[in-house]
Design a protein around this ligand. Sequence first.
Ligand SMILES: Cc1cc2nc3c(=O)[nH]c(=O)nc-3n(C[C@H](O)[C@H](O)[C@H](O)COP(=O)(O)OP(=O)(O)OC[C@H]3O[C@@H](n4cnc5c(N)ncnc54)[C@H](O)[C@@H]3O)c2cc1C
Length: 435
Amino acid sequence: MNKSKTYLNEDYDVVVVGGGPAGLMAAGIAAGSGARVLIVEKNGELGKKLSITGGGRCNITNAETDIHKFLQNYGDAKKFLYSPFSKFGVTDTFIFFDKLGLPLVVEARKRAFPKTQNAKDVTRAMINFAKKNNVEFRLNTVLKRFLMESQADAQDKIIAIETNSGKIYAKHFVMATGGVSAPETGSDGSGFQVLKNAGYTIHKPTPNLVPLSSNAKWVRRLAGVSPSFMTARFKQYGRTHFKKTGKILFTHFGLSGPLIINSSSHVADMLKNGPVTVSIDLFPDTDHAMLDKRLVKLLDKHKNKLLKNILPELVGKKLSDELIFLSGLQQEIFAHSLTKEARKKLIHIMKDLQVPISGTMGMDRAIIADGGVDLSEIDFKTMQSKLHPNMHIVGDMLHINRPSGGYSLQLCWTTGFVAGKHIADKYEGGWLSIS
Ligand SMILES: Cc1cc2nc3c(=O)[nH]c(=O)nc-3n(C[C@H](O)[C@H](O)[C@H](O)COP(=O)(O)OP(=O)(O)OC[C@H]3O[C@@H](n4cnc5c(N)ncnc54)[C@H](O)[C@@H]3O)c2cc1C
């Protein structure tokens, strides 16, 4: 085959498959060396998932600068991550985005967001970074398979990718096609299938960080309610398995919010053994007696008003309506008519609001799906594949579990950087443009 004659215009130093955060980082860093880099992206736009992260605000990383504490969040995978994080860690992420003109701010639980509070700004900044370093893009292009060349006394070498619109030859390849959560953003697992066909061990993905569904109508009526601080006890057959304090969001399908999402994999395990109930304490810092005093004071102050018009002072309008409903009280009851027994019942429900859980939501609602490429098949010093040394694998494709809070995107920045830098080190003549 006379490759150079037939495919002269198609030859790249590097082809990065997937234009998400990990792919954009790897491409920009590799291209900074002067290498000719192409991003192949299935969608008609880049960074579709990145643009919806963090509820539209993008929790870009977590400002825990102690590497040991930071890596605790990746479970068993942490031992693989010391090396890449020593090359590009949390502080580097802060500096990197600052140089891109997108300074970060740190919020509760050390979660870092762009100061502009807009995830689309992060996508724009990453695309500009890639463009400034002369990365080329081919959109609406889907990877179908790798073309290999057998090597005498060496592992097979990937020489090209076959896409829906033809073959693209390159010297190096970066796989950054993401996991399987939120498939409508493009990461539908097709990259895993391509790797599987090329001999990789792929752990089956399951939805991991995911909201919980409830069939209770009253829960769905609370959609949009999000009291900021409460305790949830996750119960089965009357026994509390674990409890967490934080933020819960009621939705039209059940429960979401950081507290719920970070409990979901544990709940998924519990659901295998039977029904699960989440018992929510709306006032974790106030005991029954204190809460009763607050309620009595409120009722005394507004004796001649309807309960439904004064209870919102304590819990907001929507929750107030549902608490009255769950207590079996009439919506039109006056404050002065509330019996001690009815008051106690109301207090009891505020301290033990029982939400029946019917399941976990599917991949379409998942933030992260676990599963992916077996870590033993990657050299984490470089993010190179051990099966095909001219391929690197980064981001959500890796079989690494982690909680919410910026840990997924940091994994993309870190692994994307390390792969890009390893390739860049092979080229000379360019200069990296970050600012
Ligand atoms: C709703 C939601 C909110 C989130 N919020 C946060 C957050 O605030 N903080 C955080 O740290 N993490 C968050 N995450 C997780 C984070 O978005 C992911 O970890 C991250 O996007 C993974 O980046 P990636 O580059 O590996 O893959 P992706 O972002 O999934 O990008 C992969 C790209 O590859 C393309 N592709 C796939 N298959 C092919 C193919 N065969 N050929 C060509 N192209 C292909 C896709 O179209 C896609 O553009 C959130 C996820 C979701 C779903």
